[in-house]
Design a protein around this ligand. Structure first.
Ligand SMILES: Nc1nc2c(ncn2[C@@H]2O[C@H](COP(=O)(O)OP(=O)(O)OP(=O)(O)O)[C@@H](O)[C@H]2O)c(=O)[nH]1
Ligand SMILES: [Mg+2]
Length: 144
């Protein structure tokens, strides 16, 4: 599997996705610091929300092969800037989480916002049941 870094706001579902990708038990644990789990780097949501931490995300990302921008479709606020993907010197893909809780409209809007941020391709998942995980896992397993 590609070495990836998970980025997104507080509670958007980074750790839950990390646990699912790594076959770990799904238990809630607030991420307090950068955490490496096998090929996945999990980050605290504050690193995206507080602009002064953005540089740390970019430095940490250099040790990975792919950035995943996660977005919680239930959130009204949008934390990615248009074109933000280009500030990482790496491919950036997008993940809409919590598809089980969102309306079709919310999912469509979240996808549009990820596109605007420059993420491609975009996956829609429910990390709790695992719905939508297969295409994402396939993509992460692809070798160039
Ligand atoms: N229903 C549903 N709940 C989810 C999903 N993904 C995450 N959650 C829930 O959302 C809450 C926050 O998830 P986390 O994975 O801890 O969020 P995080 O992005 O790691 O948050 P920080 O560590 O604070 O940055 C937990 O209660 C999860 O169970 C999902 O796809 N569907
Ligand atoms: Mg977390």
């Amino acid at each position: 599997m590609k070495k990836i870094i998970l980025i997104g706001t507080v509670s958007c579902g980074k750790t839950t996705l990390c646990q699912r990708l790594n076959g770990l038990k799904q238990i809630y644990k607030k991420t307090q610091a950068l955490e490496v789990v096998n090929h996945t780097v999990d980050t605290p949501g504050e690193y995206l929300e507080h602009r002064s931490f953005l540089r740390s995300l970019m430095v940490t990302a250099t040790g990975t092969e792919l950035v995943l921008f996660l977005i919680d479709p239930l959130l009204e606020r949008f934390m990615y800037s248009p074109g933000q993907a280009s500030s990482f010197m790496l491919p950036v893909a997008g993940v809409v989480t919590k598809a089980d809780l969102a309306t079709e409209k919310q999912i469509r809007q979240a996808k549009e916002l990820l596109e605007l941020a420059g993420a491609h391709p975009i996956f829609v998942i429910d990390s709790i049941s695992g719905t939508g995980m297969e295409p994402l896992i396939e993509f992460l397993s692809e070798t160039e």
